[in-house]
Write a protein that binds this ligand. Structure first.
Ligand code: TLP
Length: 348
């Protein structure tokens, strides 16, 4: 028995999803005749209220294509200091697009319009050109937190008024939309481009999309080829993503309820500190820190894995657990019981 809470990326395709994959009509997407990929691109563009979409192998590639399309070498991107593009994309804004990043701070992975205005540089010849604002919703490292629509709108408008483009890393935008009660399209409308992932809470094995204006997406298609992301019979994968959009959107609410339950069960274990507390879980992520007396986060995760529960270290003493399609309420109860007994026993 293994309850895997490392990420919502670990889900396996359901039987119905596998059937949809096997039934998909296929072509060659690089040659421009992949019917299932084209169907997915039309579907996701419509869902997010954008002109066009591009299917990509990963969320990282979707974000990096957006950055490559919006910027020139030497430009500066404004993003939260805890953002995925800074921590988990292998330095690719620098490597692939030659960009610097200006990190902003703020609670819950958010910041306000004044901080954006203060960060945008003037036209002085010494300065990099401020060119792009990247927002992340939900914000992963801040705890799977949800941006309120009006606050994000103010931030995006401030950037756009100063001539910046806005990209939304919406890897978990559908989680945010289900949790906050706004549509994914209404949140996407504040940004010029949006990336979404099908391989996280939605449960597809592979795949993300970049959505935006048709001319930009046409350019992104060229860069996708340049970055090695041109795929052939990728309709096999796109079919899984279409199935995920048709069947796994509304159920994200179950993952959120399970995360709240997990937080409630983990609350109060001596030496552990839930962030931000058992009542502050926005979506499908639970973060907690542990006292050094329990060991490092990596050590604790190794011990938990040996006992059948997998979580992931997100810092020296910080651990993340993510709920998803493949863990039901019973598994959550069991995972919490194992974690509690192990953490209460203390480090050997
Ligand atoms: N996040 C992964 C890890 O990379 C940390 C996870 O397990 O949460 N944007 C955000 C906000 C993400 O959380 C992720 C993946 C991505 C982009 C990148 O997606 P992939 O893994 O498809 O490149």
């Amino acid at each position: 028995m293994d309850i895997d809470l490392r990420s919502d990326t670990v889900t396996r395709p359901t039987a119905a999803m596998r059937q949809a994959m096997m039934a998909a009509p296929l072509g060659d997407d690089v040659l421009g005749d992949e019917p299932t990929v084209q169907a997915l691109e039309l579907k996701v563009a419509a869902l997010l209220g954008k002109e066009a979409a591009l299917f990509t192998p990963s969320g990282t590639m979707a974000n990096q294509l957006a950055i490559r399309c919006h910027t020139e070498h030497g430009d500066e991107i404004i993003a939260h200091a805890e953002s995925h593009i800074i921590h988990y994309e292998t330095g690719s804004p620098a490597a692939l697009s030659g960009c610097m990043i200006r990190p902003l701070t703020g609670a819950r992975g958010q910041f306000d319009a004044d901080s954006v205005r203060a960060a945008v540089r003037g036209s002085d010849i010494h300065s990099p050109r401020s060119r792009l604002l990247v927002l992340e919703n939900t914000q992963n490292r801040a705890g799977g937190t949800v941006w309120p629509l009006d606050a994000a709108q103010r931030v995006a408008t401030a950037a756009q008024e100063l001539g910046l483009a806005v990209h939304l890393d919406g890897a978990r935008l559908f989680n945010a939309s289900i949790a906050a009660g706004y549509s994914a399209a209404s949140f996407a409308s504040i940004a010029d481009t949006v990336s979404v992932c099908f391989s996280k809470g939605l449960g597809a094995p592979v795949g993300s999309a970049l959505c935006g204006p048709a001319p930009l997406i046409a350019r992104a298609r060229r860069f996708r080829k340049m970055f090695g992301g041109g795929m052939r019979q990728s309709g096999l994968l796109a079919a899984a993503c279409i199935h995920a959009l048709d069947h796994h959107l509304e159920r994200l609410a179950e993952d959120h309820a399970n995360a709240r339950r997990l937080a409630a069960l983990l609350h109060g274990i001596p030496g552990t500190h839930l962030e931000p507390g058992p009542d502050g879980i926005d979506t499908n992520m639970v973060f907690f820190t542990i006292d050094p007396s329990l060991g490092t986060a990596a050590e604790v995760c190794t011990r938990m894995a040996a006992a059948g529960v997998r979580m992931i270290p997100m810092g020296a003493n910080r651990i993340r657990a993510v709920t998803h399609l493949d863990v039901d309420r019973a598994a959550i109860e069991q995972a919490a019981a194992i974690a509690r007994s192990l953490l209460t026993r203390r480090a050997p």
